[in-house]
Design a binder for this molecule. Structure first.
Ligand SMILES: C[S@@+](CC[C@H](N)C(=O)[O-])C[C@H]1O[C@@H](n2cnc3c(N)ncnc32)[C@H](O)[C@@H]1O
Length: 242
Protein backbone atom coordinates (compact mmCIF):
# COMPACT_ATOMS: atom_id res chain seq x y z
CA UNK A 1 0.00 0.00 0.00
CA UNK A 2 2.77 2.52 0.87
CA UNK A 3 1.55 6.06 1.44
CA UNK A 4 -2.12 6.93 1.07
CA UNK A 5 -3.03 10.62 1.27
CA UNK A 6 -6.74 11.39 1.61
CA UNK A 7 -8.34 14.81 1.15
CA UNK A 8 -12.10 15.36 1.23
CA UNK A 9 -12.73 11.64 0.90
CA UNK A 10 -10.55 11.21 -2.23
CA UNK A 11 -7.09 9.68 -2.49
CA UNK A 12 -4.66 12.34 -3.79
CA UNK A 13 -1.08 12.28 -5.11
CA UNK A 14 1.69 13.96 -3.12
CA UNK A 15 1.86 17.69 -3.84
CA UNK A 16 4.41 19.25 -1.51
CA UNK A 17 8.11 18.26 -1.26
CA UNK A 18 7.42 16.84 2.24
CA UNK A 19 4.61 14.66 0.89
CA UNK A 20 6.85 13.39 -1.95
CA UNK A 21 9.67 12.71 0.52
CA UNK A 22 7.29 10.64 2.64
CA UNK A 23 6.09 8.72 -0.43
CA UNK A 24 9.71 7.86 -1.36
CA UNK A 25 10.39 6.82 2.22
CA UNK A 26 7.32 4.52 2.28
CA UNK A 27 8.39 2.92 -1.01
CA UNK A 28 11.96 2.38 0.22
CA UNK A 29 11.12 1.06 3.67
CA UNK A 30 7.81 -0.73 3.00
CA UNK A 31 6.04 1.52 5.53
CA UNK A 32 2.26 1.61 5.06
CA UNK A 33 0.50 4.70 6.33
CA UNK A 34 -2.64 6.70 5.67
CA UNK A 35 -2.76 10.41 6.34
CA UNK A 36 -6.06 12.23 6.02
CA UNK A 37 -6.46 16.00 5.70
CA UNK A 38 -9.15 17.04 8.20
CA UNK A 39 -9.85 20.60 9.44
CA UNK A 40 -6.79 22.07 7.73
CA UNK A 41 -4.14 19.55 8.77
CA UNK A 42 -3.07 15.92 8.49
CA UNK A 43 -4.25 13.16 10.82
CA UNK A 44 -2.72 9.65 10.99
CA UNK A 45 -4.98 6.64 10.57
CA UNK A 46 -4.54 3.34 12.25
CA UNK A 47 -5.35 0.32 10.10
CA UNK A 48 -7.16 -1.27 13.06
CA UNK A 49 -10.93 -0.95 13.03
CA UNK A 50 -12.44 1.15 15.88
CA UNK A 51 -9.32 3.33 16.27
CA UNK A 52 -9.79 6.99 15.49
CA UNK A 53 -7.19 8.97 13.52
CA UNK A 54 -5.05 11.32 15.58
CA UNK A 55 -3.09 14.50 15.04
CA UNK A 56 -1.10 17.17 16.90
CA UNK A 57 -3.16 19.98 18.45
CA UNK A 58 -0.70 22.78 19.13
CA UNK A 59 -2.96 25.67 20.19
CA UNK A 60 -5.31 23.65 22.39
CA UNK A 61 -2.40 21.84 24.07
CA UNK A 62 -0.68 25.17 24.85
CA UNK A 63 -3.97 26.50 26.27
CA UNK A 64 -4.44 23.33 28.33
CA UNK A 65 -0.97 23.67 29.87
CA UNK A 66 -1.40 27.41 30.53
CA UNK A 67 -4.71 26.71 32.31
CA UNK A 68 -2.96 24.09 34.43
CA UNK A 69 -0.09 26.46 35.33
CA UNK A 70 -2.63 28.99 36.64
CA UNK A 71 -3.39 26.50 39.43
CA UNK A 72 -0.06 24.76 39.83
CA UNK A 73 3.34 26.43 39.69
CA UNK A 74 5.34 25.42 36.65
CA UNK A 75 8.46 25.65 38.82
CA UNK A 76 7.24 22.42 40.44
CA UNK A 77 7.24 20.57 37.12
CA UNK A 78 10.01 18.00 36.86
CA UNK A 79 10.63 18.87 33.21
CA UNK A 80 10.88 22.61 34.05
CA UNK A 81 13.35 21.88 36.84
CA UNK A 82 15.40 19.59 34.62
CA UNK A 83 15.89 22.33 32.00
CA UNK A 84 16.91 24.79 34.73
CA UNK A 85 13.88 27.11 34.87
CA UNK A 86 14.19 29.37 37.92
CA UNK A 87 12.23 32.56 38.63
CA UNK A 88 11.79 34.46 35.37
CA UNK A 89 14.70 32.70 33.60
CA UNK A 90 13.63 30.75 30.51
CA UNK A 91 16.38 28.84 28.65
CA UNK A 92 16.48 28.52 24.88
CA UNK A 93 15.93 24.83 24.14
CA UNK A 94 16.98 22.58 21.27
CA UNK A 95 14.71 19.51 21.19
CA UNK A 96 16.48 16.79 19.17
CA UNK A 97 13.51 14.42 19.13
CA UNK A 98 10.31 16.37 18.46
CA UNK A 99 8.03 13.34 17.89
CA UNK A 100 4.41 14.33 18.47
CA UNK A 101 5.58 17.60 20.09
CA UNK A 102 4.42 16.64 23.60
CA UNK A 103 7.54 17.96 25.32
CA UNK A 104 8.13 20.73 22.75
CA UNK A 105 4.66 22.14 23.51
CA UNK A 106 5.43 22.02 27.23
CA UNK A 107 8.65 24.03 26.65
CA UNK A 108 6.59 26.59 24.68
CA UNK A 109 4.03 26.74 27.49
CA UNK A 110 6.85 27.36 29.98
CA UNK A 111 7.68 30.42 27.82
CA UNK A 112 10.85 29.05 26.21
CA UNK A 113 12.03 29.63 22.68
CA UNK A 114 12.40 26.19 21.10
CA UNK A 115 14.27 24.77 18.13
CA UNK A 116 12.99 21.28 17.35
CA UNK A 117 14.10 18.62 14.88
CA UNK A 118 12.48 15.41 13.73
CA UNK A 119 13.87 13.01 11.15
CA UNK A 120 10.95 10.68 10.43
CA UNK A 121 9.23 12.01 7.30
CA UNK A 122 5.75 10.95 8.45
CA UNK A 123 6.12 12.65 11.82
CA UNK A 124 7.69 15.73 10.19
CA UNK A 125 4.75 16.04 7.80
CA UNK A 126 2.36 15.81 10.73
CA UNK A 127 4.28 18.53 12.59
CA UNK A 128 4.51 20.84 9.56
CA UNK A 129 0.79 20.55 8.86
CA UNK A 130 -0.07 21.11 12.55
CA UNK A 131 2.11 24.24 12.53
CA UNK A 132 0.12 25.64 9.61
CA UNK A 133 -2.92 25.61 11.89
CA UNK A 134 -1.19 27.01 14.97
CA UNK A 135 -2.25 30.58 15.87
CA UNK A 136 -1.23 30.84 19.52
CA UNK A 137 1.46 33.54 20.00
CA UNK A 138 3.64 31.05 21.93
CA UNK A 139 3.64 28.70 18.91
CA UNK A 140 5.55 31.39 16.98
CA UNK A 141 8.49 30.68 19.31
CA UNK A 142 8.89 27.21 17.78
CA UNK A 143 11.42 26.83 14.96
CA UNK A 144 10.96 23.41 13.41
CA UNK A 145 13.40 21.66 11.04
CA UNK A 146 12.76 18.25 9.49
CA UNK A 147 16.26 16.85 9.90
CA UNK A 148 18.42 14.26 11.55
CA UNK A 149 19.72 15.46 14.91
CA UNK A 150 23.26 14.32 14.12
CA UNK A 151 23.34 16.47 11.00
CA UNK A 152 21.53 19.41 12.66
CA UNK A 153 24.00 19.45 15.54
CA UNK A 154 26.83 20.28 13.13
CA UNK A 155 25.28 23.76 12.59
CA UNK A 156 22.90 24.08 15.55
CA UNK A 157 21.83 27.56 16.74
CA UNK A 158 23.06 28.93 20.04
CA UNK A 159 20.89 27.45 22.83
CA UNK A 160 21.11 26.97 26.60
CA UNK A 161 19.66 23.46 26.80
CA UNK A 162 19.73 20.43 24.52
CA UNK A 163 16.92 17.96 25.14
CA UNK A 164 16.83 14.38 23.88
CA UNK A 165 14.01 11.83 24.19
CA UNK A 166 14.79 8.83 21.97
CA UNK A 167 12.38 5.92 21.45
CA UNK A 168 12.75 3.16 24.02
CA UNK A 169 11.12 -0.02 25.20
CA UNK A 170 9.74 0.89 28.60
CA UNK A 171 10.90 -1.78 31.06
CA UNK A 172 8.41 -0.57 33.74
CA UNK A 173 5.42 -0.78 31.47
CA UNK A 174 2.68 -2.83 33.09
CA UNK A 175 -0.16 -1.88 30.77
CA UNK A 176 -0.15 -1.51 27.01
CA UNK A 177 0.69 2.03 25.85
CA UNK A 178 -1.98 4.51 24.82
CA UNK A 179 -3.25 3.62 21.39
CA UNK A 180 -1.70 6.72 19.76
CA UNK A 181 1.65 5.74 21.25
CA UNK A 182 1.21 2.14 20.09
CA UNK A 183 0.60 3.25 16.51
CA UNK A 184 3.40 5.82 16.73
CA UNK A 185 5.85 3.14 17.90
CA UNK A 186 4.77 0.76 15.14
CA UNK A 187 5.22 3.42 12.45
CA UNK A 188 8.38 5.10 13.73
CA UNK A 189 10.28 2.09 15.11
CA UNK A 190 13.37 2.40 17.28
CA UNK A 191 16.31 4.83 17.42
CA UNK A 192 19.47 2.75 16.96
CA UNK A 193 21.85 5.75 16.95
CA UNK A 194 21.16 6.92 20.50
CA UNK A 195 24.81 6.63 21.60
CA UNK A 196 26.01 8.71 18.64
CA UNK A 197 23.45 11.48 19.20
CA UNK A 198 24.22 11.46 22.92
CA UNK A 199 27.96 11.92 22.27
CA UNK A 200 27.44 14.63 19.63
CA UNK A 201 25.01 16.59 21.83
CA UNK A 202 27.35 16.47 24.81
CA UNK A 203 30.16 17.87 22.68
CA UNK A 204 28.13 21.02 21.94
CA UNK A 205 29.07 22.38 25.38
CA UNK A 206 25.62 23.74 26.31
CA UNK A 207 24.75 24.72 29.90
CA UNK A 208 22.54 21.65 30.27
CA UNK A 209 21.97 18.48 28.29
CA UNK A 210 18.80 16.69 29.37
CA UNK A 211 17.95 13.11 28.41
CA UNK A 212 14.51 11.61 29.09
CA UNK A 213 14.63 7.95 30.16
CA UNK A 214 12.23 5.37 31.58
CA UNK A 215 12.62 5.59 35.38
CA UNK A 216 14.26 2.22 35.89
CA UNK A 217 16.49 2.15 32.82
CA UNK A 218 20.23 2.73 32.67
CA UNK A 219 21.67 6.11 31.79
CA UNK A 220 23.04 6.32 28.26
CA UNK A 221 26.70 7.24 28.84
CA UNK A 222 29.23 6.33 31.56
CA UNK A 223 29.03 9.71 33.28
CA UNK A 224 26.78 10.04 36.35
CA UNK A 225 24.06 12.63 35.63
CA UNK A 226 22.01 14.75 38.00
CA UNK A 227 18.67 12.94 38.15
CA UNK A 228 15.09 14.23 38.36
CA UNK A 229 12.85 11.22 38.89
CA UNK A 230 9.09 10.95 38.37
CA UNK A 231 6.69 8.00 38.60
CA UNK A 232 7.61 6.40 35.31
CA UNK A 233 10.05 8.86 33.75
CA UNK A 234 13.47 10.17 34.68
CA UNK A 235 15.39 13.18 33.40
CA UNK A 236 19.16 12.70 33.32
CA UNK A 237 20.82 16.12 33.39
CA UNK A 238 24.44 16.69 32.35
CA UNK A 239 25.95 19.98 33.54
CA UNK A 240 29.23 21.74 33.06
CA UNK A 241 29.81 20.50 29.52
CA UNK A 242 32.51 22.32 27.65
C1 LIG B 1 10.04 9.14 21.99
S1 LIG B 1 9.74 10.13 20.57
C2 LIG B 1 9.81 11.76 21.19
C3 LIG B 1 8.55 12.16 21.84
C4 LIG B 1 8.48 13.64 22.13
N1 LIG B 1 9.45 14.06 23.11
C5 LIG B 1 7.07 13.99 22.59
O1 LIG B 1 6.93 14.42 23.77
O2 LIG B 1 6.13 13.88 21.78
C6 LIG B 1 11.23 10.10 19.66
C7 LIG B 1 11.16 10.89 18.37
O3 LIG B 1 12.45 11.39 18.09
C8 LIG B 1 12.76 11.18 16.75
N2 LIG B 1 14.22 11.01 16.68
C9 LIG B 1 14.96 10.09 17.31
N3 LIG B 1 16.24 10.22 17.01
C10 LIG B 1 16.33 11.27 16.15
C11 LIG B 1 17.41 11.87 15.46
N4 LIG B 1 18.64 11.40 15.55
N5 LIG B 1 17.14 12.93 14.68
C12 LIG B 1 15.87 13.41 14.56
N6 LIG B 1 14.80 12.84 15.16
C13 LIG B 1 15.02 11.78 15.96
C14 LIG B 1 12.02 9.89 16.38
O4 LIG B 1 11.81 9.81 14.99
C15 LIG B 1 10.74 10.05 17.17
O5 LIG B 1 9.76 10.72 16.45
Amino acid sequence: MGLKLVKEGAVISPQSPSESKLQDFCEKTGLNCTLEWINGQYWIHSDRPNENPFTIHIDSEIERHLEYFKKSSLQKELLAKSIGIKGPYRPRVLDLSAGLLGDTILFLSFGCEVHAVERHPMVSLLIESALQNARHPLAARLHFTPADALEFLTHAPDVDVIYYDPMYEDPNRRTSPQKEMRLFRTLVGSDPDTDLVFAAAKKKGVRRFVVKRPRLSQSIGDEKPLVYEGKSTRYDVYLGLT
